[in-house]
Ligand binder design. Structure first.
Ligand SMILES: NC(=O)c1ccc[n+]([C@@H]2O[C@H](COP(=O)([O-])OP(=O)(O)OC[C@H]3O[C@@H](n4cnc5c(N)ncnc54)[C@H](O)[C@@H]3O)[C@@H](O)[C@H]2O)c1
Length: 404
């Protein structure tokens, strides 16, 4: 690469792009100085200028601003792009960057449908550029600790089954949903590809693969009990049409079985329960919201005693040799989003694959898409058939609309 530092452009300067900015700041403060934010791009002047203020406050920089990726690319001021646009635009904003010779980190799920991801993958192969998918949950010290506890230290023995469920009521008719951009696109299938099963669900799918390996088959029922009108700037007023409820059973290649159920239309009693069972005990996730072990977890052993997360983390830290510690937590950074940003920049500089590339993200998102395909057909679905494009009934309308 001709430039010493990676010149980075942020595309889609909304909600998660703020968290990425914070991640880049953590890296700079830790002494990692291999990049510079050199351009901002968003088709909303309001969100872009507000973001520019944050860039000035945090980094003292005033990078040039663009209202389209085409203009950004034409300016030739960046080597790489951090793409935080809504799902419907992942492929359309990533591919021109790759074709102009830029590396891209695109937010999860890396394309609105499987075919959209395949388009990104095709461009990645043609250009030889790096495509990272921004999947942070597995990278934080708490999730890595629990991965070590369950799969290496085998603290609960052989893994057998899990239950993950979250039920509460959220009123989608309140103005916060119909009038705020980040919900306007999330509640319409043509913009988001699906509801929370794909959105937050992409984290859950990545993490269960990271912990337990590939899912073989899925049976799922979805429901959409709430249908308020959403004022989408892209599609005009339309009723919300993504699921607000699902019940899924996942069968893994290993034989492990899990149920995963969630609703924002559960009136009355709220509950959240995420427990992973093995032959020698169980692990309860301390967090919620489909981000397994992002907040750590506690282990209950056969004699009923509880091993608190803090003790598990202490053992994990003691188990790390210096090479592994530097690889997983460079510059002493343990924040998951900062680590995903570091992985992208470091992959570019060393010309190595990022930890989560587009193929890895597709294997995770195929679990979420298999849930929708199962709900659409009424049958159990093999995840492999979704990945191979043999099953796509749910996704066909989205692909047709966007010409994918
Ligand atoms: N990793 C996480 O934990 C996490 C959390 C939230 C969101 N996300 C992901 O981040 C992405 C964005 O989500 P968000 O919550 O930040 O949404 P958002 O609506 O807050 O931000 C998206 C931004 O993209 C801009 N935009 C839309 N179309 C554009 C285009 N064609 N060119 C340039 N800019 C465009 C919008 O104006 C907006 O500012 C999604 O893929 C989402 O799944 C990830």
């Amino acid at each position: 690469m001709s430039h010493e530092k990676v010149r980075l452009g942020i595309v889609g300067t909304g909600n998660i792009a703020r968290s990425h900015l914070n991640g880049y700041k953590i890296l700079k403060d830790a002494g990692y100085d291999s990049f510079e934010i050199c351009a901002l791009c968003d088709n909303s002047d309001e969100r872009r200028t507000a973001y520019a203020e944050a860039v000035k406050d945090l980094f003292g920089l005033t990078p040039p601003q663009f209202s389209s990726v085409e203009d950004l690319v034409a300016a030739g001021v960046v080597d790489a792009v951090d793409n935080c646009t809504p799902h419907a635009f992942h492929h359309a904003t990533t591919i021109p960057c790759l074709e102009a010779g830029l590396h891209v980190m695109v937010e999860k799920p890396g394309g609105i449908t499987l075919k959209a991801s395949e388009l990104i993958q095709g461009a990645q192969r043609r250009t030889g550029k790096i495509v990272a998918v921004a999947e942070q949950v597995r990278r934080g010290i708490k999730a890595r600790t629990m991965k070590w506890a369950l799969t290496q230290a085998k603290m609960i023995g052989e893994l057998r089954f899990f239950i993950v469920e979250g039920f509460s009521f959220e009123d989608y008719a309140q103005p916060g949903y119909s009038e705020v951009y980040l919900w306007q696109w999330r509640l319409l299938k043509l913009m988001s590809g699906g509801g929370m099963a794909l959105d937050a669900g992409a984290h859950m799918a990545d993490m269960i693969r990271y912990l337990f390996g590939d899912v073989r088959d899925v049976y799922c029922r979805t429901a959409g009990f709430q249908t308020p009108t959403i004022n989408s700037p892209e599609l005009g007023p339309m009723p919300m049409d993504v699921e607000d409820t699902w019940f899924a059973t996942l069968g893994f290649e290993s034989g492990l079985v899990g149920t995963w159920s969630w609703s924002f239309s559960a009136r009355g009693e709220r509950q959240s329960n995420q427990v992973f069972y093995g032959s020698e005990g169980s692990a309860r996730d301390r967090g919620g919201w489909m981000h397994p072990f992002q907040a750590g977890g506690d282990i209950t052993r056969l004699d009923g005693s509880v091993l608190p997360y803090e003790d598990i983390e202490r053992e994990y830290r003691a188990s790390l040799d210096s090479v592994t510690r530097e690889r997983l937590y460079p510059y002493g950074v343990e924040d998951d989003i900062a680590l995903e940003c570091w992985d992208f920049i470091d992959a570019i500089q060393k010309q190595r694959p990022p930890e989560v590339d587009i193929a890895e993200a597709m294997r995770a998102k195929a679990i979420c898409l298999a849930m929708y395909e199962s709900a659409a057909s009424g049958d159990a679905i093999r995840v492999r058939d979704v990945l191979d494009g043999k099953v796509s009934r749910y996704q066909d309308g989205i692909n047709a609309y966007w010409g994918i």
